[in-house]
Design a protein around this ligand. Structure first.
Ligand SMILES: *Cc1c(COP(=O)(O)O)cnc(C)c1O
Length: 387
């Protein structure tokens, strides 16, 4: 069976883990945590980052930092992972779901403004498959209405938004901005299904300086321990709300080995993505399926390769036919506004595109050691042509 995903090991993980174990400091915020955070700050210019135990945790920190309260509204795409909405629901927010674009599963930027009310506190764009949302448009809307933007960049490490509009609120034409650094806050995931992984892990990027100090306090269980460690105060205590959001050095050391090999991992994934794209393009040209669309402002980080079938029936049949050929292709999100948990609370209208991606999108195997790419392309080609 060709699996859908196989977590890649660079070879250095066990070595760094060993060093962390024998260094005597295995709790959080040690040497490897600092190395991982510094990597983000040096490589992409993030102003301040905090390693977390997951992207879900980083999103929960955002909900706390923004003081989300019962009655507040948060705009989230319906076609996303549960955590994007759940982190805000825990603080009592009402989720206002946005539909996806017709040409991409990301949220339709042109439908955001009509969802804003005086209660709207935040917009949470998700860079699906590592492909940027139109951040110029989203930040323009957010600035105009004085609301916050939290980027769910769980899938978007090492991906970019390039300013493609002369009047962009984000700066000059052609400037390339790393995803996760554009909103007030950004969240990354290092879950084993992501490009760079440590089993479970995440990172919060704090792009708005107003949140620097409080983010560190929430991270350290509501205490000012981080300041104490730096020698800025001579004792530490309980100063705010918070939780235990920091991972142990065991996760951080594993993660650092992956980050060190980022270029190699990214190159390999992008090559696989390109090969899928050019291998399946002829099917798209005949109108039999749709392939991923990259807007001019979006880069590709090789996170995911998906195709969209013309009907739900074709998706179901293709997944099961591939399974018979030992290829594990999978569907993705089920629209959150239709979920068992939220559908009774949902007050908005139909979200046609989100439902279409739920019913028609399927993801193909994509991992570093994938060897049978041509075989997969050939299987899909013959299954679709002979349907
Ligand atoms: C993976 C993912 C998450 C959750 O990440 P965890 O690190 O598992 O908490 C959230 N949002 C999106 C879009 C994801 O892909």
């Amino acid at each position: 069976m060709i699996p859908f995903n196989k977590p890649y090991l660079t070879g250095k993980e066990a070595h760094y883990l060993y060093q962390a174990v024998y260094s005597g400091h295995i709790s959080g915020n040690g040497i490897y945590t600092k190395k991982c955070q510094a990597f983000f700050e040096e490589r992409w210019g993030f102003k301040k980052t905090l390693l977390t135990t997951s992207c879900t945790d980083a999103l929960e920190m955002c909900a706390m930092l923004l003081n989300i309260e019962p009655g507040d509204e948060v705009i989230v795409p319906s076609y996303t992972f549960v955590s994007t909405a759940l982190a805000f629901v825990r603080q009592g927010a009402k989720i206002v779901f946005a539909d996806s674009r017709a040409d991409h599963p990301g949220m339709d930027e042109d439908k955001i403004e009509q969802l804003i009310t005086p209660k709207t506190k935040a917009i949470v764009p998700v860079h699906y498959a590592g492909v940027a949302c139109d951040m110029g448009k989203i930040m323009g809307i957010a600035n105009k209405h004085h609301i916050f933007v939290v980027e769910d960049a769980a899938q978007a490490i090492d991906s970019y938004y390039t300013i493609a509009d002369e009047k962009s609120p984000l700066g000059d034409l052609g400037v390339k901005l790393p995803l996760g650094s554009i909103g007030h806050l950004g969240c990354f995931s290092f879950h084993e299904t992501k490009n760079i992984q440590c089993g479970e892990g995440g990172l919060l990027a704090i792009n708005d300086e107003r949140f620097f100090k409080r983010a560190e306090i929430l991270w350290e269980k509501g205490t000012n321990r981080a300041e104490f460690f730096r020698g800025e105060v001579n004792k530490y205590g309980w100063v705010d709300t918070g939780s235990s959001f920091l991972p142990s050095e065991l996760n951080a050391s594993f993660l650092y080995a992956q980050l060190e090999n980022l270029t190699d991992i990214q190159n390999r994934r992008k090559t696989i993505w390109q090969n899928y794209y050019y291998g399946l393009k002829h099917l798209e040209e005949k109108g039999l399926i749709s392939l991923p669309h990259l807007p001019e402002y979006a880069a590709n980080n090789g996170h995911m390769f998906y195709l969209v079938c013309n009907t739900p029936d074709e998706q179901t049949r293709l997944i099961s036919a591939l399974k018979k050929e030992d290829i594990h292709a999978v569907f993705h999100y089920l629209s959150l506004h239709n979920s068992e948990y939220y559908k009774g609370k949902y007050e908005g209208g139909a979200l046609m595109q989100a439902d279409r991606y739920s019913d028609c999108l399927l993801r193909l195997p994509l991992f570093y050691e994938l060897a049978d790419l041509q075989l997969i392309i050939n299987s899909i080609t013959s299954l679709i042509k002979n349907k």
